[in-house]
Design a protein around this ligand. Structure first.
Ligand SMILES: [Zn+2]
Ligand SMILES: [Zn+2]
Length: 170
């Protein structure tokens, strides 16, 4: 597949062919339908000090605002089917610490990762999502998703404490 990656610790990015990802039992394979640019993508592209000093492992695929279609579902993942339209949150909580296990993965203090930096992101044909705690909602084929939208969804869900059709993974 084609992907936009950071391959070197300096300004710029590379658009090139990389192997298609393969999933483990706890992951979803998502075909990216739409991805949005964010200011923090510019920071990654320009290799701003906040990025350069974070010791991210290279290469990585950029992009953290996205939606797409589930193409493959890991054996241990529940609640998703091939063909579901999904979008993911930006942050990558550990999923194991007390904070995560008590419903607050958005403030996980255990070296929280970032999609498109510490794990491969959405500027690619396919992306892997890991079943975890952070909300993901179904979206249309053509939607664009931003962090702000997710924060709004998260806040309203936590405030209302209602069950919804929103489903959870990172
Ligand atoms: Zn963003
Ligand atoms: Zn955690």
């Amino acid at each position: 597949m084609k992907a936009i990656q950071k391959t070197e610790p300096k300004p710029g990015a590379v658009y090139h062919e990389i192997p298609d990802p393969t999933i483990t039992d706890s992951e979803l394979l998502v075909k990216i339908g739409a991805a949005a640019f964010c200011k923090s993508d510019v920071d990654v592209y320009e290799w701003a000090p906040s990025v350069a000093t974070a010791n991210y492992e290279l290469p990585f695929t950029m992009g953290h605002e996205y939606c797409g279609e589930v193409m493959e579902v890991g054996k241990s993942v529940r609640g998703f089917r091939k063909g579901d339209h999904v979008a993911g949150e930006t942050h990558v909580p550990c999923g194991h610490c007390y904070t995560c296990r008590t419903g607050n993965p958005h403030i996980c203090g255990n070296n929280m990762g970032i999609v498109g930096r510490s794990v491969h992101g959405s500027f690619a044909g396919y992306m892997i999502l890991v079943f975890s705690w952070v909300p993901v909602t179904i979206c249309s084929n053509s939607c664009q998703i931003s962090d702000r939208l997710f924060e709004g969804i998260l806040s309203s869900l936590r405030t209302s404490k209602k069950q919804s059709k929103t489903r959870f993974f990172r």
